[in-house]
Write a protein that binds this ligand. Structure first.
Ligand SMILES: [Zn+2]
Length: 281
């Protein structure tokens, strides 16, 4: 494939540009989805209509202003740049547009760039971006409501397994099953001994995430998740508050840890550095 790219450098250029644009759109889809899941499944509107009605609203309704509900039209709907094109406000009610969407879309583009740069695998990189989209949903419901969506877990497992196959030629085996079972045992034990220390959903999600990280990368996953959680919690702590009093949305950090582990595995495989997995063992 590499020789093919060398003969047609312009083809590679279009693949890069196209890949980034597709990832921007995926970022737009997933950040809107995360917002709507919070609104229709956790907010006041969770009681409106049937399940199917709300599912339709979540998946296929065009983007609209959060204040007045006017449909976003024309160039303003373009991912990342629409925010600037619409001059950061709704054309109808002039309510300011939340810059987080534009930022999230840009981050998805960046995730694609880093993934494609390290792995050189186009389909694998798109799968990784989709996995990050579902991680964004998990992180945002946990951040806002301290709740992880169980409906989201099959998608994380699906895209995570696919990304493992496409990026690393890795299919889960006996070792991964042992990682999963051991993780579940430890997390459920902790959950039953200190039910206030950890959520039930964490005990379901974390072992599944460790399973996707594969052996021995689950060590990297565990260290990065808890490492970032501790650093952020200590930095955000108010004066006089002990760490025990601060509820920590671990789902957010597990999601970040899983994405980081995949990136580290790609980086390690790219040959830019000695294989970190060899260093751990
Ligand atoms: Zn408006």
């Amino acid at each position: 494939m590499a020789e093919y790219y060398n003969e047609f450098p312009s083809l590679l250029f279009f693949i890069w540009i196209g890949g980034v644009l597709v990832s921007f759109s995926m970022g737009s889809f997933y950040s809107t989805l995360a917002y709507r899941i919070l609104r229709f499944y956790y907010g006041k509107e969770r009681k409106i209509g049937s399940k199917l009605f709300r599912l339709k609203k979540i998946l296929i309704e065009p983007s609209a202003c959060e204040s007045c509900g006017t449909k976003i039209k024309g160039a303003a709907i373009i991912p990342v740049f629409g925010y600037w094109i619409s001059k950061k406000e709704c054309s109808n009610c002039k309510a300011p547009i939340n810059p987080l969407y534009s930022l999230a879309e840009a981050v998805f583009g960046l995730l694609f760039v880093v993934s494609f740069l390290f792995s050189g695998k186009l389909l694998g990189s798109f799968t990784f971006v989709a996995l990050c989209g579902h991680l964004l949903i998990a992180a945002s419901t946990d951040f806002k409501k301290f709740s992880l969506d169980y409906e989201n877990l099959p998608f994380i497992l699906l895209f995570g397994t696919l990304a493992n196959y496409l990026l690393f030629d890795s299919v889960p085996g006996k070792t991964e099953l042992i990682v999963y079972v051991s993780f579940s045992a430890v997390f459920f034990l902790v959950y039953f001994i200190f039910p206030t220390g950890m959520g039930f959903a964490d005990a379901i999600f974390a072992p599944a995430f460790a399973f996707l990280c594969t052996h021995p990368w689950w060590i990297f996953f565990l260290n990065s998740s808890y490492g970032i959680a501790i650093i952020v919690t200590v930095l955000k702590r108010k004066k006089g508050e002990t760490l025990r009093q601060v509820p920590i949305p671990m789902g957010v950090y597990f999601s970040i840890g899983l994405a980081l582990t995949f990136l580290a595995r790609m980086f390690s495989n790219s040959g830019l550095l000695p294989n970190w997995a060899d260093l751990i063992l």
